[in-house]
Design a protein around this ligand. Structure first.
Ligand code: COA
Length: 258
């Protein structure tokens, strides 16, 4: 696929998607969102892809937000359209993807950039990362799930403070609040993501997809998380991966999941 705003590479079972507008600090314009949707969809449908890593190009930014120049003159209906289409196409799409997504936060992750990192299944940051939802400084609020996912990750009080002050959290502070799992140097960021992705890819991808659905149900008010877990648990018993995983254990060998 020929993309203008992103780069996609695959190394064995791991797909790396890099947002590639460094001169604009990788700000998310409409075309980039559409390309990201397509790249995530393709990777998810590719049976050989087991983990997706998402990062930004350049040394400065993961993503510095939605592209402000695209919506500065929007009216109310265009505003709500922007948020609902963006959430469906990219942010909720990633959060509900069956393939695990790791955000490698390599610099500024602001506004839509932090929302993109939060829609990913978990986050690893470089020491220079700075995260925040500064939308109220522009007279608007986060519209790509930020008011929902930030309190889920760091708690209501701290999320209120970060959003109201339009402030930024450094990487260590973000780790202390549970927003990112690890903080490493810029050079160590992708190697650590690949290392963790490698561990994930040795496990059953059908079971991992079931775990994602089950964990996500905890944050979906239309679902009963415990019931979802029971259903997903039961469905695992009918899979080839369950057969292989349990057989391999009993035969004292490593499983080979397809
Ligand atoms: N939308 C559109 N363009 C953006 C952008 C965004 N969210 N963030 C950065 N850019 C562009 C700048 O306009 C600039 O473009 P130019 O060189 O053509 O003028 C380029 O990226 C570099 O940004 P600049 O502001 O010069 O870099 P900086 O190091 O001085 O500041 C930031 C970095 C991240 C603090 C600053 O760019 C910023 O505040 N960005 C907006 C963050 C934001 O509010 N995001 C939420 C959007 S809803």
């Amino acid at each position: 696929m020929n993309y203008q705003n992103i780069l996609v590479t695959r190394d064995k079972s791991i797909t790396l998607i890099t947002i590639n507008r460094p001169k604009k600090l990788n700000a998310l314009n409409k075309d980039t969102i559409a390309e990201l949707h397509e790249a995530f969809d393709d990777a998810n449908l590719d049976k050989n892809c087991r983990v997706i890593i998402l990062t930004g190009s350049g040394e400065k930014a993961f993503v510095a937000g939605a592209d402000i120049s695209e919506f500065a003159d929007f009216d109310t209906s265009q505003g709500s359209d922007l948020a609902s289409k963006g959430q469906a196409l990219l942010f909720d799409f990633i959060a509900n993807l069956e393939t695990p997504v790791i955000a490698a936060v390599n610099g500024f992750a602001l506004g839509g950039g932090l929302e993109l990192a939060m829609a990913s299944h978990f986050r690893i940051a470089s020491e220079n990362a700075k995260m925040g939802l500064p939308e109220v400084s522009l007279g608007v609020i986060p519209g790509y799930g930020g008011t929902q996912r930030l309190p889920q990750l760091i708690g209501k009080g701290k999320a209120m403070e970060l959003i109201m002050t339009a402030g930024m959290m450094g990487a260590e502070e973000a780790k202390n609040w549970g927003l990112v799992n690890y903080v490493v140097t810029a050079e160590e960021l992708l190697p650590l993501c690949y290392k963790i992705a490698g561990k994930i890819s040795r496990n059953s991808s059908t079971a991992i997809a079931a775990a994602i659905r089950s964990i996500n149900a905890n944050f979906d008010q239309t679902k009963n998380g415990f019931e979802t877990e029971i259903n997903e648990f039961g469905k695992c018993f009918g899979t080839d991966d369950f057969n292989e995983g349990t057989t391999a254990f009993l035969e004292k060998r490593k499983p080979e999941f397809q």
